[in-house]
Design a protein around this ligand. Sequence first.
Ligand SMILES: [Zn+2]
Length: 93
Amino acid sequence: MILNKPLITQCKHCGEIIEIDTDLECVFSQERSMGVESQYEGVIDDVCPNCSNKISISIDVWEYPVGAIETYSIDTNGIELIESPDFICEDFY
Ligand SMILES: [Zn+2]
């Protein structure tokens, strides 16, 4: 699982647009009726390059069946996500 393009976020403190790119690691998988279900996680802790406001983002993606995004959740702190994320199930290609 990878991000097709960086996440576009905005600093809640100064309004700076911050692009965040991260790898998503498989943290869990299990066999289900239609194949393997996998959970991927990415966590970023950083500061705003403009105002040094602390920012963090935590991404949780479930892939099931293989090659399909089942669901995802994104928690942010100090920043706001201003564009929908675009995930790619890289094993699929
Ligand atoms: Zn800022």
